[in-house]
Each structure stands twice: as structure tokens, then as C-alpha cells.
Design a protein around this ligand. Structure first.
Ligand code: FES
Length: 332
């Protein structure tokens, strides 16, 4: 039995050696030689070119428009078109340019000789292609353009190196609080059980740290941290309008309808229902937000208008700061 195994091993090695010694041209073909298909090659090149055009279109649209006016449908058409064209190119290659070989036997295993056959099959399957370098170059460029288009949205995740812009806030002591028409918001006009949106007078309203949600509550019910005792004159509170979970606008003000489970009114983000308690300084009482809403200290000037009495209690914005670092300004 042992001798038989040795004999088989020697015979196999001999066969392999003979095959290796054979020059490429003299090797017996496994896959029949196919006739060149220039038309199919041109079609593949066209598909690759369209892939690049669509991918470049995606990059252009993404770079040209700002977030608020981004035409998402156009982005979808561009990236979808690029993927469809790349798929079309592979379809033509598979159907028209690769000579197909049907195997009656099991798929080759790990035997070195069988693996060599697989390599030979792959090599010979491309016999219809006459402009290999051109096709490989165009394919690489198309895949590269599509890859760049797919990765481009990562830019929207925020700055990596220069994060200073995220720290800037237009609020400082004495800055008047105005509405969207730049009209000052008077303390007397702020009523209970409703909420108002405020902005810093004369500053860009679209800055992430600009917008405020302003409410009035019963001052007797406030449980603010001692350091914020003077931040809510007559029970008027101001918080950043940007949810600390993922940056949606705080757009709901919940009024208690069933006191056993909703003892107080609360500020709610409609995106994932993070709920913030204004009485305790914007602490999270429900939902995925990882930290309180930053509070802005308020004061009332001699004309009865609301003014900032300082900067926010913490950095404004979504979860970024929850994982990046501790807040470095404010009192929290
Ligand atoms: S963005 Fe506000 S709860 Fe998710």
C-alpha cells in the first residue's frame, strides 16, 4: 500500500514537471479560442466612460451645492447611473468577451495541478479581447471614479483636522435676542406653554450655534444647578435649538396631558424623540441624546428685551462632542 502511494506521487510529480516545462504556446488549450469581438469591447469602453461621467457628475453636484439646497435626486441619478453602467460593462464582459467553459467534473480542489488548470482557464478565457491594456485602464479609471464618488459624502461627517469652527458661538454677554426678522424679542411677549425661536442680533442665522429655543415656565418649579440660578429671569429659559443627539432642530414642546407619566412640560426633538427637561437645565429625560441641551444665560435689558448674559453652558451640536472630548467652555 505504501509503495503504491509512492508510485502515485512520483507519477503526479512527473506529469506536473512535464506541464511546467511545456512552453505556453505548446500547451494544450482547455478553453477553445474565441473570435475577437471589437463591437463588444467598444460597448464595454462606452460603459466605463459613462461610469466615469456619472461618478464625476456626482462629485460635481456634491461639491457645488451646499447642504441646504443639495439636489438629492440628482445625486441619486448620478450614483445609480454610475453603478448601472459599471454593471453593464461587467455584463457585456461576462456574456460577450469571456469564452465560457462548462465543466462536467467537480470544481477543481486544492490539488496544485488542478489549480494550475484553473489559472490556465482564466488566462485562456480572455482570448476574445484584443485591447486588454485599454480595457484594464478604462476599468480601473471607472472603478476609481465610482470609489471616489462613494467616499465623497464622508466629507459631510465634519472637519477632521481644523475643528475650530465647531467651537465658535456668536453669543456673548449683552447680545440681543431677535426673531427671524431681526425684531427684538421682548420678555413680556414670551408666554407659557409655547416656544419661540431666537437668534443673535446681527449674526448669521444659519450658524450651528445661533438658533435658540425660548420658553417661559413657572420660576417656582425651576431646579437649575446653583451656578445657573440667575440664568432664567422671570422663568424665561433659552437653550440651543440643535439636538445633542444627531443635530435635528428641537421642534416640539410637550405639554403634560397625563401627569402621572408626564409631570412637566419638556422640549422634544422629533427625529428620535430625545426629550429634555427645561426645569433642570436641559437634562435628557428620554431618548438617545447623550448630553443635555446647552443652556444660554439670559438677562432682560431696561427696554424689556431679552439679551444673552454670556455664552452657552456647553458646546452646541450633535453627538460629535460626546465621543471626541470634554466640553471646554461654559460651566458644565
Ligand atoms: S437628532 Fe434629536 S433625537 Fe436624534
Amino acid at each position: 500500500m505504501r509503495a503504491l502511494r509512492w508510485l502515485l506521487a512520483v507519477l503526479t510529480l512527473g506529469r506536473l514537471a512535464r506541464r511546467r516545462a511545456q512552453p505556453e504556446s505548446e500547451k494544450e488549450r482547455i478553453v477553445p479560442k474565441g473570435t475577437p469581438e471589437r463591437g463588444a469591447e467598444n460597448l464595454v469602453l462606452l460603459f466605463f466612460m459613462l461610469t466615469m461621467i456619472f461618478a464625476a457628475g456626482f462629485l460635481f453636484v456634491y461639491a457645488y451645492f451646499n447642504a441646504s439646497s443639495m439636489p438629492n435626486e440628482l445625486l441619486g441619478i448620478c450614483i445609480g447611473g454610475a453603478m448601472a453602467c459599471l454593471g453593464g460593462a461587467f455584463l457585456v464582459i461576462g456574456k460577450r468577451l469571456v469564452v465560457t467553459e462548462e465543466l462536467d467534473e467537480d470544481y477543481p480542489g486544492e490539488n496544485p495541478e488542478e489549480q494550475e488548470e484553473v489559472v490556465q482557464i482564466i488566462h485562456e478565457s480572455g482570448s476574445r479581447i484584443t485591447r486588454k491594456r485599454l480595457l484594464i485602464g478604462a476599468g480601473t479609471a471607472a472603478a476609481g471614479a465610482l470609489g471616489a464618488a462613494s467616499l465623497a459624502p464622508a466629507v459631510s461627517l465634519g472637519p477632521i483636522w481644523d475643528t475650530g469652527a465647531l467651537d465658535r458661538s456668536p453669543w456673548r454677554r449683552g447680545r440681543r435676542v431677535v426673531d427671524e426678522t431681526e425684531a427684538p424679542i421682548r420678555a413680556a411677549d414670551v408666554l407659557e406653554f409655547t416656544f419661540y425661536t431666537g437668534f443673535p442680533e446681527g449674526a448669521p442665522k444659519e450658524d450651528i450655534a445661533s438658533s435658540l429655543v425660548i420658553i417661559r415656565v413657572n420660576p417656582a418649579k425651576l431646579k437649575l444647578p446653583p451656578v445657573r440660578a440667575a440664568w432664567a429671569p422671570h422663568g424665561i429659559l433659552a437653550f440651543s435649538k440643535i439636538c445633542t443627539h444627531a443635530g435635528c432642530a428641537i421642534g416640539l414642546y410637550r405639554k403634560p396631558t397625563f401627569t402621572p407619566v408626564e409631570p412637566n412640560d419638556a422640549l422634544v426633538c422629533p427625529c428620535h424623540y430625545s426629550t429634555f427637561d427645561p426645569y433642570t437645565g436641559g437634562t435628557v429625560i428620554y431618548g438617545p441624546a447623550g448630553r443635555p441641551l446647552p443652556q444660554l444665560p439670559l438677562e432682560i435689558d431696561s427696554d424689556g428685551n431679552l439679551r444673552a448674559a454670556g455664552n452657552f453652558s456647553a458646546r452646541v451640536g450633535p453627538g460629535w462632542w460626546n465621543v471626541r472630548s470634554k466640553p471646554t467652555f461654559g460651566t458644565d
